[in-house]
Design a binder for this molecule. Structure first.
Ligand code: NAD
Length: 740
């Protein structure tokens, strides 16, 4: 079965997301709704979406639009028809009747429903039609969420389901998990239960909103939105509808009922329009006091708002064992929540799936958890878990495990796919070493370095691990969301606060030395980025010999935003790339001015398509839709480059003060227009100095070391200023840059 054309019916949140993602995969797609105006508006929303749903905005018109009355003939040409209309069964039944009347013989028809069982959806279909009908449950936002649940029925032609899975894996890059027809499938069944447990236990144990979010978040390997933050994000009213649908579908004996009871405070929030971020606020709200915006948070007992407080729960590191044994209310809350999630998830095996592994993967892909409940159980330790848990009767999975006491019960990750993923490979390493910031996995023919800090921020140890791993071909790759958000600014500020600038200088030098080593060591170095690849993270990537990039990356040099300039070779490499153009051969100022514009504004690209014109990525760098495939592609690069030779050192001919003056003119204009202030001017001048080559002329040749020195000197002058330190502190405290 080949999928060459797709029609999506219903152009709301999900239909438009699915159409955009098919467009990303270069699959011809038509989006139909009740009126053409509606699907046209959907196309406009796609074009303006943030974060962008499209890899390449210029392709927006590849999504054809129309309505279900005048343009239904499109359906007759489609190999796959995706229904994503409102969650109303009669509307869905009507649409299927229309579709099956005209569809091409053998074409797949699927629904994106979140809650209607396949037997109900397909009840009016003939046996033959049922063969080609399934549920394809995408998550929002479609481009960014890895999970796709494909729900099959006993009527399905399995070959067809498998080839749809293959298409969705390879072309759409999804983690496609085949599920049974049970309410909420895998992700939402466990994910919504987990949210409800986290919420009801917080009420019961009298934790504040911030306290619950601080625990049911990073320390548990769960996104930092936590529980109440996630409720606000999804919409408190929408969550209430989701719960109602679960209550309707699940038998009364299901434990879900215990956590889905209406909470009076939540009911009141919905009734008064406090439905979350899209409404007047929710558990959190932004309030204006004396003209200043402040974040307020709901007191769960009184229902009043108070300024939100930062919570210190001792452990910021993801260490479940320490957390659940912590002898305070945080430890008790963590254990209560996690043990109940583990109990519930395991009680559903084999009912909702015979592979417990699939439940974990659904939580990782659909809810961005670092580990699913079963892997958390493995981390807590089987013995430890059973010594703490009170009862688990009628739970076959736990009863069996209690008997076998098999600490190694988990096996490998990502069983749902044949792809040899990083998660699977790590378990087969010959040896593992590393430090607090990175792990080195050693294999026979190559090494892998995986950064392990928060957002994979880089420090001395990260560099040390890279350096130690270059005794063989090296692949720099990671499982967590971000490749690297850049240099660890809190680490740098710890030195700055003590006035210990020597240590900062030592670190930057080591960073430069390591990156140079990556580029020129005897063995090829491959970076396989996805997610944030910023600042220092970009510098590691750009000084690797090869790049295999996921299509979801945010890449760029953003140092100027915190009052710094790139000093790990970012300026140098960007100059090298822009010097190597036809324009630069004709105009000696071209490269410096281009790079000044890109780095000066801290420009970022949100996909490889955007990154190539800025030269953050090269056309020959590999771009991969499925994140699971990054390791296989990287290994293929190694195989294809067995006779690798390190590149020759780059040389630079730059125009010095002549081009620097041009850049300063640009700065003067920005300053006069009040786009930048005094410190912006200072940062700009330092950048101009580096990119012009400093005290040089076009006939002099500069080495990479010369460029590194210019970068370092500028960086050190800037980090010593109070203004830059204030900008860094502000960014660290708020997660947002201080503008100008
Ligand atoms: P939505 O309300 O945003 O969009 C529904 C669209 O369907 C609207 O544009 C509407 O005009 C159109 N529509 C209604 N009747 C139609 C008809 N007869 N023919 C053509 N179009 C019609 O809804 P949504 O959030 O995109 O949800 C769509 C489906 O996806 C639902 O089944 C929902 O359960 C499921 N889903 C939603 C999410 C989510 O996060 N929103 C996630 C997963 C699955």
């Amino acid at each position: 079965m080949e999928i060459k054309k797709v029609v999506v019916i219903g152009s709301g949140t999900m239909g438009s997301g699915i159409a955009a993602h098919l467009c990303n995969a270069n699959v011809p797609v038509t989006l139909l709704d009740l009126k053409t105006e509606i699907s046209e508006q959907a196309r406009e929303r796609i074009h303006k979406s943030k974060p962008p749903l499209l890899l390449d905005k210029s392709k927006i018109n590849n999504i054809k639009v129309g309505n279900i009355y005048d343009n239904f003939t499109e359906v007759a040409e489609a190999d796959w028809v995706v229904e994503a209309v409102v969650e109303r069964i009669n509307i869905k039944h009507d649409i299927y009747k229309k579709i099956f009347k005209v569809r091409k013989k053998g074409a797949i028809v699927s629904s994106n429903t979140s809650s209607i069982p396949i037997k109900v959806l397909s009840q009016n279909l003939t046996e033959d039609e049922k063969k080609d009908f399934c549920i394809t449950h995408f998550f929002n936002p479609v481009r960014y969420m890895g999970l796709l649940e494909i729900v099959k029925s006993e009527n399905n032609d399995l070959d067809k389901i498998n080839s749809l899975k293959k298409f969705c894996e390879t072309e759409l890059g999804k983690g496609a998990i085949i599920c049974n027809d049970t309410p909420g499938f895998l992700g939402n069944r466990i994910g919504v239960f987990a949210m409800q447990i986290a919420m009801t236990e917080a009420f019961k144990m009298k934790l504040s909103v911030e306290e619950a979010d601080a625990i049911f978040g990073r320390p548990m390997g769960i996104p930092k939105t936590g529980i109440f933050g996630l409720y606000d994000l999804i919409g408190i009213d929408l969550m209430s509808d989701v719960l109602k649908s679960f209550i309707k579908e699940l038998p009364e004996t299901d434990k879900f009922h215990e956590v889905a009871k209406e909470i009076p405070l939540v009911k009141r929030l919905i009734e008064t329009g406090y439905t979350g971020r899209k409404g007047k606020g929710g558990f959190y709200r932004v309030n204006k006091v004396d003209g200043k915006k402040i974040m307020e948070v709901l007191n769960l007992e009184t229902g009043d708002y108070f300024p939100s407080k930062k919570i210190n729960i001792k452990t910021e590191k993801v260490d479940l064992k320490i957390l659940i044994n912590q002898d305070d209310k945080y430890g008790k809350y963590a254990w209560s929540v996690i043990s109940k999630i583990i109990k519930y998830a395991s009680s559903l095996v084999p009912g909702i799936t015979k592979e417990f592994n699939d439940i974990d993967e659904a939580m990782r892909l659909g809810f961005n958890w670092t580990k699913g409940p079963f892997e958390m159980l493995e981390e807590i330790g089987v013995d430890n878990f059973f010594s703490k848990i009170e009862e688990y009767k009628d739970n076959n999975f736990l009863e069996n495990l209690a008997q076998s006491k098999n600490e190694e019960f988990y096996g490998e990750r990502q069983k749902y796919t044949d792809i040899h993923t990083l998660g699977k490979a790590k378990k087969t390493a010959m040896s593992v070493d590393g430090n607090n910031s990175a792990q080195i996995y050693r294999f026979k023919d190559y090494n892998i370095v995986e950064f392990t800090t928060k957002a994979n921020a880089l420090d001395y140890d990260s560099m040390d691990a890279l350096k130690k791993a270059t005794n063989k071909p090296l692949i720099i790759i990671n499982e967590s969301m971000q490749f690297s958000a850049g240099v660890n600014l809190s680490y740098t500020m710890e030195f700055a606060d003590k006035g210990d600038f020597k240590s900062i200088e030592k670190f930057i030098r080591y960073f430069q030395e390591t990156c140079k080593h990556l580029k020129y060591s005897d063995y090829p170095v491959i970076s396989a980025p996805s997610g944030l690849t910023l600042g220092g993270g970009f510098e590691v990537m750009v000084q690797s010999n090869f790049v295999a990039s996921h299509t979801n990356i945010v890449v760029g040099l953003v140092e100027t935003i915190v009052g710094l300039i790139p000093a790990g070779g970012g300026c140098k490499e960007m100059l090298a790339r822009w010097l190597d153009t036809e324009e630069a051969k004709l105009d000696p100022h071209y490269a410096s001015l281009k790079v000044f514009d890109i780095i000066g504004y801290g420009k970022t690209a949100t996909s490889p398509v955007e990154a190539i014109p800025m030269k953050y990525l090269k056309p020959e760098d590999k771009k991969i839709m499925n994140r699971n495939s990054l390791l296989e592609v990287s290994k293929k690069i190694l195989k294809d480059n067995r006779d690798f030779k390190a590149p020759a050192e780059t040389k630079f001919n730059l125009a010095g003060h002549i081009v620097k003056e041009k850049m300063i003119k640009v700065l003067d204009k920005l300053y006069n227009d009040k786009v930048i202030l005094d410190h912006g001017m200072k940062v700009g001048k330092e950048l101009a100095n580096v990119l012009s080559g400093g005290d040089t002329t076009i006939d002099k040749t500069l080495s990479e070391e010369d460029l590194f020195k210019l970068e370092l000197d500028s960086f050190m002058r800037l980090i010593k200023t109070k203004e830059t330190q204030d900008r860094i502190k502000h960014t660290l405290a708020t997660g947002k840059p201080l503008i100008n």
